[in-house]
Write a protein that binds this ligand. Structure first.
Ligand code: SAM
Length: 291
């Protein structure tokens, strides 16, 4: 162990193809005092391929607080510790976050060693817009919370990225189409592996495909972000926006002290792609409903 303050290295490892590891990751794994791994069996395979002999300890979501305290104590005593997950970048839908937080709070130096990440590899080859993206990780398992989460994501204009298991993929595709509408999408399957596959299709076609084939392997789903303009032309999306406006118009705090004209101005600012006339009709509808 070194005498100076310790250091925590967050080391990205391959997401399938064992060759996807950087020279710096290998050098770091060879020189740290200890490697905390999500899955020590996967780590051993990587270690044996690259002749790495660092001591291994397990670190996963169910690790005891004592395990985390011990690691922090070692760091404070000057140890260098590498964190690796089962695949890809540690902490990204993977364990590591608690230790990262604790190390930051204790002013331990934290160094990322970049490399594979399924979300980024899937995104860059998806042919969906790359200028901005939103990583949503795994959706909740249960239908209610999953649909509510999708509602929250519905109006995000960035490309959405989800991790999913093949078992739940069909249900998720149905929910995605139901809540987000039929958008351009991509399923990136088995990235970096022999059967790597990209299915660049609208959600409705992916759903149909899912009813005809069984999904296997590791899957990342990408969905185009919200497009205000095309949503305003799409009857289903328009109906959803109208429902939102009607609900705004039943909110006493929103309508209080405003003339119809003010309300139209406010709603127009909020929904710039609707025609003023459409908003005006909804405001008048409120008046006729109130008699
Ligand atoms: N930390 C990892 C990373 O940096 O990408 C992600 C870990 S998360 C527990 C595992 C999920 O990532 C899988 O269920 C799948 O959704 C996605 N994933 C991992 N490897 C993949 C691959 N080779 N191809 C497609 N998706 C993958």
């Amino acid at each position: 162990m070194s005498a100076v303050a310790g250091e925590l290295f967050l080391i990205a490892t391959p997401i399938g193809n064992l060759a996807d590891i950087t020279l710096r990751a290998l050098e770091t794994l060879r020189t740290v005092d200890l490697v905390a791994a999500e899955d020590t069996r996967t780590a051993k395979k990587l270690f044996s391929r690259y002749q790495i002999t660092a001591p291994l300890i397990s670190l996963h979501d169910n690790s005891s607080p004592k395990r985390l305290d011990d690691l922090l104590e070692k760091l404070l005593a000057g140890a260098t510790i590498g964190v690796i997950s089962e695949a890809g970048t540690p902490g990204i839908s993977d364990p590591g976050y608690r230790l990262i937080q604790m190390a930051a709070q204790a002013a331990i130096r934290i160094t990322p060693i970049p490399g594979a990440c399924a979300a980024i590899s899937a995104l860059c080859a998806s042919a969906l817009p790359l200028d901005s993206f939103y990583f949503a990780g795994f959706l909740p398992n249960r239908s209610g919370p999953r649909q509510r989460r999708l509602e929250e994501l519905r109006e995000i204009s960035a490309t959405l990225i989800f991790y999913e298991s093949p078992r739940r993929l069909n249900t998720t595709l149905e929910d995605l189409e139901k809540v987000l509408g039929d958008r351009p999408a991509c399923i990136a399957r088995e990235l970096t592996k022999v059967y790597e596959e990209f299915l660049r299709l609208p959600l409705s076609q992916l759903r149909v495909l899912g009813s005809e084939r069984s999904w296997r392997g590791e899957i990342t789903i990408l969905v185009a972000g919200y497009d205000r303009e095309s949503s305003a032309r799409d009857p289903e999306a328009l109906a959803a926006v109208e429902t939102q406006i009607r609900s705004r118009l039943t909110d006493p705090d929103f309508i209080k002290d405003h003339s119809n004209r003010d309300l139209v101005d406010l709603l127009q600012a909020e929904f710039p792609h609707l025609k003023r006339r459409q908003i005006y009709d909804l405001v008048l509808e409120k008046d006729s409903a109130n008699g």
